[in-house]
Ligand binder design. Structure first.
Ligand code: NDP
Length: 333
């Protein structure tokens, strides 16, 4: 598969270009808003073509798919243009700034018969897939609660638009809560109904929240607790799932790498749960390529991306207003 990159980003540089190539993909071109940056990025990454116009990628009939990793406010227009040009789309989260925008993108791809995926990497990990399997198999009985710990220390090189620019989609809620929303939906296989939340801005950035804590109600009656932050140097990450017959404790599993450990505790005792250590982003690309080739579906579809955004935006509104918010998934066609 031949790929065009839209966005000369850190995530492309650090993870996605290697993942695209790992599964046999060719990265044919990169588009950035700045020519010098595009050229520099292309030179460093060994990408043959670089430019500032989307047409560089979209008018090239040899390019099958685009990977969009620009700042969040740009995703919608870039995705719609790619879809209009007949390209399959792997888009970074959050898909867009609003649920309506995200739905536009997904519906356009569906109408065009193109694959559209959201790059929610956590559900691609061996750890999360093992936990989902444990839950689905009934090993811990009826699910009572899920607690997610995802408070990180934002590296200096990522402290630009993420903590200073609300208009570009900055803030910990669109950045990390949106991932946790996807994790909860993936593990529990149901969609949060309503949320309460608190959020704060400690001063790391300007104008956006850098920490959030929220509680979500699920249709089954299970409760979900979610904590995200940019400001915690030593917190580590993890999740716990508690059921009537057992509990799952997963440490270090909310990361970009195939690491961490899972412990299952039941009346029979404690056991360490093994899981695959395949690359998360490699799996995401592999599933995307399979979907394009007509077998299977992307790890996280466009509709998954709409749903995770809907939950994240409900958390932000609950934090802003102080009132419980019903999650508005938009009209589900
Ligand atoms: P970056 O800030 O590295 O890149 C985003 C955009 O900012 C780039 O497309 C680029 O624009 C511009 N940019 C980047 N570096 C510079 C620079 N030094 N000078 C000027 N402009 C620069 O963001 P991330 O890679 O962290 O995030 C990109 C997207 O990917 C976001 O949507 C984010 O939410 C998502 N993401 C997803 C992750 C996942 O695991 N799924 C992990 C991390 C991010 P241009 O191309 O126009 O030059």
């Amino acid at each position: 598969m031949r790929w065009g990159l839209i966005g000369a980003s850190t995530i492309a540089e650090q993870h996605m270009i290697a993942a695209l190539r790992h599964v046999g993909g060719e990265v044919a071109a990169v588009v950035s808003t700045t020519l010098a940056r595009a050229q520099d990025f292309a030179d460093k990454q060994g990408i043959p073509k670089a430019g500032t116009e989307l047409s560089l990628v979209l008018d090239d009939p040899s390019i099958d798919a685009v990977y969009i990793s620009s700042t969040n406010e740009k995703h919608r227009a870039q995705a719609l243009a790619a879809i209009a040009a007949g390209k399959h789309v792997l888009c970074e989260k959050p898909l867009a700034m609003t649920v309506a925008e995200a739905r536009d993108m997904v519906i356009a791809a569906e109408k065009a018969g193109l694959v559209f995926a959201t790059n929610h990497h956590l559900r691609c990990s061996g750890s999360h897939r093992a936990i989902r399997e444990l839950i689905a198999s009934g090993r811990i009985g009826r699910i009572l609660s899920l607690r997610m710990f995802h408070a990180v220390h934002l590296p200096e090189n990522l402290r630009g638009w993420r903590i200073n620019d609300a208009a570009a989609g900055g803030g910990v809620i669109p950045d990390i809560t949106v991932h946790d929303a996807d994790v909860a939906r993936f593990l529990l296989q149901e969609d949060p109904v309503n949320v309460v939340a608190q959020m704060s801005a400690s001063g790391m950035g300007q104008g956006v929240e850098d920490s959030a804590m929220s509680v979500w109600s699920m249709p089954s009656g299970a409760m979900v607790m979610s904590h995200e932050s940019f400001t915690h140097p030593f917190a580590g990450s993890g999740l716990e799932v508690h059921g009537t017959e057992g509990s799952i404790f997963a440490r270090g599993v909310m990361t970009q790498l195939p690491v961490g450990e899972i412990e299952l505790v039941t009346a029979a005792g404690r056991e360490i749960v093994p899981f695959s250590s395949h690359g998360l982003y490699v799996q995401a690309v592999q599933d995307f390529v399979s979907a394009v080739n007509g077998s299977g579906r992307p790890a996280a579809t466009g509709r998954d991306g709409v749903a995770s955004l809907a939950v994240a935006l409900a958390v932000r509104e609950a934090g802003r207003s102080g009132f419980r918010q019903v999650v508005d998934y938009g009209v589900r066609a």
